[in-house]
Write a protein that binds this ligand. Structure first.
Ligand SMILES: Cc1ncc(COP(=O)(O)O)c(C=O)c1O
Length: 424
C-alpha cells in the first residue's frame, strides 16, 4: 500500500482513535451520563493542601527552589530515588542490602507509562513477543503495538496471571522455534486494570522461576506494573514480584504516584536490573534527558514531610466506601441476573464484570447504546484484550468506581442492570 502521508512505520502502528477518546467524546456529548468508564482518580480527594504546603517548603528554601526550577539529571532527583527505593524495600519487608540494590537502579520518569515505554523501546524489536494477561492494561497494549511488538495474551483467573498458562505459551513458542523472540512477561501485580485481581505470593515466586528457567535462548524479563499497590482497601499488602528475585536480574519494577497522590504531577519510576540502567538512560537521554525536576522535588518533599502517608490513608478510606457502594449496588441490581458474575477486588479502581454469554458489550453490540440511553457508560471488555486472542470474550466489561460519588455509583449500577435486563 502506498504511504500517502509519508508517515513512519511507527506512526502507522500507533493506530487510530483510542478507546479513551471515543468514551471521552461520548461523555462530552452527554454530560449527564454517569461514567463508570473513566479510570481517573477522584477529583474530590486530590491533595490540594499538602501540595501547596510542599510547594511552600520548596519556595522557602532558596537552594531547593533553584534546583526545582533548573534542569535535573536524566536518571532523576537523588533524594526522590532514595526515598522510592527505601519505601519499596520497606513495604516488601526487606532491605536494599539484602536485595543488593542501590538508588542508582531507580530511574524517575514522567509517569510509569513513560517507564514502560522506555523499557519496551530498549528491549523490543518489531516482531518480538511480550506475554501478558488476557485482559491487560490497554494503554500498554497500544505501546507494544506502536513498537511493532506482538502482545500475546494468556489466561488469567481470580488470582491473575496463571503460571501454567505462561509455561504453555512459552512451550508453544519454543516448539515453533520462536522462543528467542519472547523478551518479556508483563503483569499488573496489584488490583489489575481491568480485572481488579492481584497475583498472590506463590504465583509471584512461580513467575520469577519461570522467567529464569525459560531464559535459555535469551533473557526473558518480567515487567511488574505496580501502579495500584497503594490503593489497598482490604487485606494485607503482598511483597512485590520484584522482591521475589534476589538476583535482581529478572524483574523490572514500575511504580507511580499518579494513583496514590496525583496524576497531574505525573511522577513514576522504574527499579531496573543493573544491566538495563545504562541502556534505558540512553533512551531517556535522547527523549528528554530528564523528567521535569519541579515535579520530582515536589514529590520528594511530599514524602519527606509525611504528607504522602496521610494522603494514602485518606484515599483508602474514601475509595473503600466507593468500592462498598459498588458492591452493595451490584448485589442489589445485578446479582439477580443469571450469568452476571464478578470477582470482588480488594483495592485499585476497577471491577471486571462478566455478563451472560451472548451479550456483546462492544460499541456495535446491543448493550452499549442501551446503557448510554439509560444514562451510564462503561468500558467494553473487548478493548482490554491483546490483539489476536484466539477466542475473544465479548461479554466482559470494566467498571471504575474512582470518580463518581457513592450515590452516582449506585445509580449507575442500577441503570446498567436495567440495560442488561432490556437486552436479555
Ligand atoms: C495498570 C496501569 N499502569 C500504568 C498506568 C500509568 O500511570 P502513570 O503513567 O500516570 O504513572 C496506569 C494508568 O491508568 C495503569 O492503569
Amino acid at each position: 500500500m502506498k504511504n500517502q502521508d509519508g508517515l513512519s512505520r511507527r506512526a502507522r502502528w500507533a493506530g487510530g482513535e483510542t478507546i479513551a477518546s471515543v468514551l471521552m467524546a461520548r461523555t462530552l456529548a452527554q454530560p449527564e451520563l454517569i461514567s463508570l468508564a473513566a479510570g481517573f482518580v477522584d477529583s474530590e480527594t486530590l491533595p490540594i493542601e499538602s501540595t501547596q504546603k510542599a510547594f511552600d517548603a520548596i519556595w522557602s528554601d532558596p537552594a531547593r527552589a533553584k534546583a526545582a526550577l533548573q534542569y535535573g539529571t536524566t536518571i532523576g532527583y537523588p533524594l526522590l530515588r532514595e526515598a522510592v527505593l527505601q519505601r519499596t524495600v520497606q513495604a516488601d519487608g526487606t532491605t536494599a542490602e539484602q536485595l543488593n540494590v542501590s538508588p542508582e537502579q531507580v530511574v524517575i520518569t514522567a509517569g510509569s507509562n513513560q517507564l514502560l515505554f522506555l523499557v519496551s523501546d530498549t528491549l523490543l524489536d518489531p516482531g518480538d513477543v511480550v506475554i501478558c494477561g488476557a485482559p491487560s492494561y490497554f494503554v500498554y497494549m497500544g505501546t507494544l503495538g506502536n513498537l511493532g511488538v506482538r502482545a500475546v495474551g494468556v489466561e488469567i483467573d481470580q488470582h491473575g496471571m496463571i503460571p501454567e498458562a505462561v509455561d504453555e505459551s512459552l512451550t508453544r513458542f519454543e516448539a515453533a522455534g520462536e522462543l528467542g523472540r519472547v523478551k518479556a512477561i508483563y503483569a499488573t501485580t496489584y488490583y489489575d486494570n481491568p480485572s481488579g485481581v492481584s497475583i498472590p505470593a506463590e504465583r509471584r515466586a512461580a513467575l520469577v522461576e519461570l522467567a529464569k528457567r525459560w531464559s535459555r535462548n535469551g533473557k526473558i524479563y518480567l515487567v511488574e506494573d505496580a501502579a495500584y499497590r497503594e490503593l489497598r482497601y482490604y487485606g494485607d499488602d503482598i511483597p512485590s514480584l520484584w522482591s521475589f528475585d534476589p538476583t535482581g536480574e529478572v524483574v523490572i519494577h514500575a511504580g507511580t504516584f499518579s494513583k496514590s497522590f496525583s496524576p497531574g504531577i505525573r511522577v513514576g519510576w522504574g527499579i531496573l536490573p543493573q544491566t538495563l540502567v545504562e541502556p534505558v538512560l540512553a533512551q531517556k537521554g535522547n527523549l528528554d534527558f530528564g523528567s521535569p525536576n519541579i515535579n520530582q522535588l515536589l514529590m520528594a518533599t511530599v514524602l519527606e514531610q509525611g504528607f504522602f502517608d496521610v494522603h494514602v490513608q485518606r484515599l483508602r478510606e474514601s475509595y473503600r466506601k466507593k468500592l462498598d457502594a459498588m458492591f452493595s449496588a451490584a448485589d442489589e441490581f445485578l446479582a439477580g441476573i443469571d450469568g452476571v458474575d464478578w470477582v470482588r477486588p480488594t483495592g485499585g479502581l476497577y471491577v471486571w464484570l462478566r455478563l451472560p454469554d451472548g451479550i456483546d458489550t462492544g460499541f456495535s453490540g446491543a448493550l452499549f447504546d442501551r446503557a448510554v440511553d439509560e444514562g451510564v457508560l462503561y468500558v467494553p471488555g473487548e478493548y482490554c484484550y491483546p490483539p489476536n486472542v484466539p477466542k475473544l470474550t465479548k461479554n466482559m466489561l470494566r467498571l471504575s468506581f474512582g470518580v463518581q460519588s457513592c450515590d452516582s455509583i449506585r445509580r449507575g449500577v442500577e441503570l446498567l442492570g436495567r440495560a442488561i435486563r432490556e437486552v436479555l
